[in-house]
Design a protein around this ligand. Sequence first.
Ligand code: SF4
Ligand code: SF4
Length: 425
Amino acid sequence: MSAARPPDDLAVMRALADAVTICNRCGACQAVCPVYAETRIEPGVARGKVQLAAAILSGDLPVDREAAAAFSTCTTCMACEEACPSGVPVVDIVAAARAQVVEARGLPWVKRVVFGGVRRPRVLRAAAEAAARLQDAAFKPASDRDLRRLRFPHGLAARRAYPPLAAHPFAHPGPLRKAGTGPRVLLFPGCMVTYVYPGIGHASVEVLERAGVDVVAPPEAACCGVPLEAHGDLAGATELARFQLDQLEGLEFDALVAACPTCTSSFVHRYPRLLAGEPRYAARAQRLAACAYDITSYLVDVLCVGPPTRRLEATVTYHDPCHLARGLGVTRQPRELLTGIPGVRLSEMREPSRCCGGAGSFSLAHQELSLAIGARKATDIAATGAEVVATSCPGCRMQLADVLSQTGDSRPVVHTVELLAAAGR
Ligand code: SF4
Ligand code: SF4
């Protein structure tokens, strides 16, 4: 173990020094933490992480490998925050601690290379398009659904099933000038929709245009920055936040809408926090936060869309994405949209808002834990008897398809807007 760093060096965590002191160690977070349910160790749960952050801040513990491991094993699902009687901002503390780990220990070279590409939208696009062309060399089709498995599997990765990268990334030029009298919406696609599930982007355009909306897209498909912040690259995440605000400056739109709740949360919560101290950006970040919506809440709460007319005879179960249900408080709207489709019956699973274990790159960095958390979700889904699984997050869709395939369960997993688009006008 390296020597404990003096507290004066802990610049990133210092902003949350008061927050760590309000944890009363009651343990209410333990019962709801998906990581603790699998690991049964104190650093897995919020209480352990908060106490670790407090010990680092006081100089009693160093920012070492053990601390880095404890802070990295968190899906940022916010279940602990929902259960916490003291209002401890666990996810902010975890984010600050991860940034502190990078400050103290640096980013591993692989992440430096990958994040360096993610920070540059054109490099990211070129890399994604090259990877899509070459993916058949590394992956072979899985037998049970539209997923791929590694041709040369190694360890746990042998079990994982991945969706293919899109041969044609999502792109929507949008009308050059306002075409109708309806609102103008900027559809923020995000990386998962752009490069993995372009069908979610096209379905989003379809349901928005059907509701009389003019849809425009950002000039560049760029990452919202969450993967970088999740790994402690605060500088990279902040750079991407500035990039997004700069590229949207001057564009006319009434609302910013995304089909990925993690992207929406970036505009609603992260950018105002990351850019609060920057006079050039702070007010703009606040303005965007006030007009950013998840697509399901925009369709229901703002557009008040009516039900589609085409019948879809199906029993559907719905998984609540963490960043949508707890991050944005949106649970009613996707259910209203689904049950509004003639012929659709909703069969609720046990604990629909329990984390699926995906959590973006968490599913790659902690594969065993991610699969174990997801296995509970697969069991809950199977118990519903539903024919289709719906969710409102492309990342959850990917994880659910994988964990269902682990049990040989081939029922389809779709985004809510894909079912709406299929149901027509
Ligand atoms: S529920 Fe909140 S106050 Fe209680 S131990 Fe967990 S973080 Fe601390
Ligand atoms: S955010 Fe989720 S995974 Fe992380 S400590 Fe809280 S309950 Fe556990």
